[in-house]
Design a protein around this ligand. Sequence first.
Ligand SMILES: *[C@@H]1O[C@H](CO)[C@@H](O)[C@H](O)[C@H]1NC(C)=O
Ligand SMILES: *[C@@H]1O[C@H](CO)[C@@H](O)[C@H](O)[C@H]1NC(C)=O
Length: 487
Amino acid sequence: MLQRLLLFGYLIAVVSATVKLRELYSWNVLDWNYPDQYTKQRDLESGAFNPKNALPVGIERWRNKLFVSVPRWFPGVPATLNYIPLDAPYEPSPKLTPYPSFEENELGNCENGLTTVYRIKADKCDRLWVLDVGTYGYDPNVTNVCPYALNVYDLNTNRRLRRYVFRPEDIVPTTFIANIALDEGDTCDDYYAYFSDELGYGLISYSWQQNKSWRFSHGFFLPDPLVGDFNIAGMNFQWISEGIFGISASPKGPDGYRTLYFSPITSNTEFAVSTRILRDESKVKGSYQDFKVVGPRGPDTHTTAKVVDSTGVQLYNLIDQNAIGCWNTKLPMKPQNTAIVDKDDVSMIFPCDVKVDEGRNVWVISDRMSIFLESELDYSDINFRIFTANFEDLIRGTVCEPNRFIPSYERPTYDVGVYRSLNPNYQRFPSTSLEAVGPQKFNNDVNPRYYNYRRQQSQQYVFPSTKPLTTTRNPWWTSPGNFNEYK
Ligand SMILES: *[C@@H]1O[C@H](CO)[C@@H](O)[C@H](O)[C@H]1NC(C)=O
Ligand SMILES: *[C@@H]1O[C@H](CO)[C@@H](O)[C@H](O)[C@H]1NC(C)=O
């Protein structure tokens, strides 16, 4: 795969982006809370702790805990699942505390430890859903030391309630599953979890009540070959195999079911399926038409994380744009109905995860992942940041605000044709494809904010490495299908 460095030569304009996401924590490099200085020193000397090999990728807030996951791509990550106590005295760069403990984060301890965790999800019944992907290392040196296993913890007692190992039928040779979405029913037993298989192109349903899983396959899980070229913070690379990744369930619809929104990484298109289908194992066959094209988000809208809040507004990361986008799911999905709620070309390089907590606070973590994996981070600079904002504040004034009336003077003076000329592909998926998306409240509601953001960039991030980008390493999720070690 050819890699080349593309310098953004055309960046001039300084953006006056409203800064809405507040930076709460930031780190040059991660550090851990050890029980004592002796143990820490011992781990540093043995290499069991190597701060420069740790990159945070997932977050989740539950009451006084902010969970942070750190995959074990390289040696020296003491714990893959961690938290920051939100009620402790404020520190701008807090050390991570393993959850539930150091012991239960033991690499390679399949039964009672966690090896590598990406995304995590807390539920209304005070449980934390954690998928241990069981891998150690980074492409091409990935070993599957443990099988894929769902671990669910009781957040009040910090005890594991359940461990469920995925069935062999849930996995294909190329499987890579990092993401999780919850479908909350009426009781704590009536819970389903969905997992996106990014490189095996599948969607796995798990029923808490039945303690059982099944797997869907679909063409919409595949990457779009037309949008495999990525430019992030001055780096150009190609991710051509990256399928379904970002998933999130909507609030319950009139029929009592939620809609699971999903998109492949290598795609600018939003898709959806009702949880009525996903909850029903018998629908694994014969449900092709039940999966819907929702619509195009627009050019440069590769996304890896999304969340739909209780009012039906979706937030998602925009990894090409160092930004967080929004879309009101009650409107048809098309670029004009999306907006950028915040962006920053320095502090939001690779906004990796987006979450909304019970108090409707939004949480975002950015981690410069593409630089960490494809080159190297500059540890004299701030690399990892956690932001937070109130949900309402974040979407205020955008087309995503529920029940927003758009006066005619806010409509753009340009024609949609202008947009089309920027990207001839943008209408490949007609936005009328999913009737189920909801009533079209207003027409021609082109959002000028979106358009402006697309043309403005703030100061360029100066690439920290002098190393030429000649790596042939694939992104982290392109792990080879090295699944024989535990079979
Ligand atoms: C993979 O591991 C081998 C042996 O330890 C090492 O020589 C090589 O540099 C590693 N490759 C990468 C890309 O990390
Ligand atoms: C759920 O299934 C797993 C198989 O992976 C089994 O080990 C576990 O005991 C089951 N748990 C319950 C509560 O049935």
